[in-house]
Write a protein that binds this ligand. Structure first.
Ligand code: GDP
Length: 453
């Protein structure tokens, strides 16, 4: 099937020093030759792949802009097709007029993600690598960028290939055993099938767990700082964020609105909300803040509950403990630089850390405890981690299939029945990497990409 030649602006909208316009498809070079003249007068069709020409974009004999044309020859390009990329001045009006000229000369406007979709269809990339590209482009933090880079480098694809290989061996062995049940073939014992399937299940479980940890690293943790007025919540927020964002005063009840900040602790991102103190109040404005704080507690994945060591605990502290007892909570015992007056035995059943937010003491310990409160184990952001719900869903279906196969084997079902479950698991993995995927699924994936990618 011949694909039409497509073109799009590949750099972001807005004014930049340089901008790139991409043309890909069978006629990419001839379309480019109609709008570009190299200063050497050599047409682009006579250039080797991976070569560059300096020249100008011409419309009706008039020069539109200087340009550098990069020529790629199929299959050695991003899309696997002939491709020309023009680097021009990056003004949005300039870029749009050059794109319009290219479209007038025979290219069609590319759809969202169409270049990458072509790369996928032409076997230049699998889906795990293709999907990582969006993470490379729009990573929200360092961890997301590194996880995307690992996937882009093929780490996820390699892990899935290992699991696939285990399942294919199991499948092949099952077929042989079904076809020649009376042969005494080595390696075809119950124990061997069982071991192959168990290995696949363990590897998939690990990937699914890593996915949850990866999600924590990439999305960040919704965290609420709570405590009664004046215990040091704003000071703690400032200690963590390193800025004077929250208003710190000696008047109780100062932080009336929710102040939000994104804070990095190593690879971890906290989406911190410094709430109003939770306490009984007749002040209407303040009570709005208190209610917001209560809602925030419900919506948070981590609660940092602050208590003041220099004052005796009262019923407000007790009420707060009651409210957070079933949440993922880390107790912060603040003001260790002052004389200890609080009886902290009440806090014993919670994980806690002692700090002085004002002096900065206990910061290291605090970071360690925050990390252990949200990460079940350490996950290096260079690991092979599934990206996105689609990949997770495929891996989960693969695991379900393998577990059913193990159950069928253990409960003495026929090997044919075991084989059907293994086949289900294999199809889910083939869908994950895109070796077997419907057009609808591929369209859905690439629709989420930006135009020009
Ligand atoms: P919030 O109402 O809970 O947000 O409390 P703030 O952060 O506004 O702090 C209330 C008062 O306690 C301010 O005067 C802070 O300087 C003081 N404070 C906060 N943390 C500490 C600490 O660790 N040690 C001491 N000595 N004072 C602190």
């Amino acid at each position: 099937m011949t694909n039409k030649t497509i073109a799009a602006i590949a750099t972001p909208a807005g004014d930049g020093a340089l901008g790139v316009i991409r043309i890909s498809g069978e006629n990419a070079v001839s379309v480019a030759d109609k709008v570009f003249r190299a200063f050497s007068n050599k047409p682009l069709k006579d250039f080797e792949g991976y070569s560059a020409a300096y020249g100008e974009i011409i419309e009706n004999g008039n020069r539109l802009d200087d340009a550098v044309a990069l020529v790629f020859k199929a299959p050695h390009s991003y899309t696997g097709e002939d491709t020309v990329e023009f680097s021009v001045h990056g003004g949005s009006i300039m870029m749009r007029s050059i794109l319009r000229l290219i479209l007038k000369n025979g290219a069609a406007m590319a759809g969202a993600g169409e270049f990458t979709k072509r790369a996928f269809l032409n076997g230049k990339t699998d889906l795990t690598k293709a999907e990582s590209i969006m993470g490379l482009i729009s990573a929200r933090n360092e961890a997301e960028m590194r996880l995307s880079r690992a996937a882009h480098g093929g780490k996820v694809a390699k892990k899935i290939a290992q699991i696939e290989a285990d399942l294919i061996s199991a499948d092949a062995a099952i077929s042989v055993f079904s076809d020649y049940p009376d042969e005494d073939i080595e390696d075809l014992s119950f124990n061997n099938f069982h071991r192959m399937l168990k290995n696949a299940a363990l590897a998939l479980e690990k990937m699914l767990n890593d996915y949850e940890m990866g999600k924590i690293l990439t999305n960040g943790i919704i965290t609420a700082i709570v405590g009664k007025p004046n215990v040091g919540k704003s000071t703690l927020m400032n200690m963590l964020s390193g800025t004077e964002r929250s208003i710190v005063t000696e008047v109780a009840g100062t932080t009336r609105d929710i102040i939000e900040e994104t804070v990095s602790i190593g690879d971890l991102t906290l989406k911190l909300a410094d709430t109003a103190g939770i306490h009984n109040t007749d002040d209407t404005v303040e009570s709005i803040g208190v209610n917001l704080a209560k809602e925030k507690i419900e919506a948070s994945q981590l609660i940092l509950a602050v208590f003041d060591l220099s004052r005796e605990f009262d019923e407000e502290d007790t009420a707060l403990l009651e409210q957070i007892k079933d949440k993922n909570t880390l107790i912060i015992i603040n003001k260790t630089d002052l004389e200890r007056k609080a009886d902290i035995s009440k806090l014993e059943r919670f994980k806690s850390v002692e700090i002085s937010a004002k002096c900065g003491n206990g910061y290291e310990e605090l970071c360690k405890e925050i990390k252990s409160a949200v990460m079940k184990y350490d996950l290096s952001p260079d690991s092979a981690v599934l990206l996105g719900e689609r990949q997770h869903d495929c891996a989960q279906r693969a695991l379900d299939g393998v577990c059913e196969a193990i159950n069928a084997l253990e409960s003495g079902c026929t090997l044919d029945a075991v084989g059907v479950c293994v086949d289900d698991a294999l199809s889910a993995l083939l869908e994950l990497t895109g070796k077997r995927v419907t057009n609808e699924v591929a369209d859905e994936i690439f629709r989420k990409f930006c135009v020009g990618k």
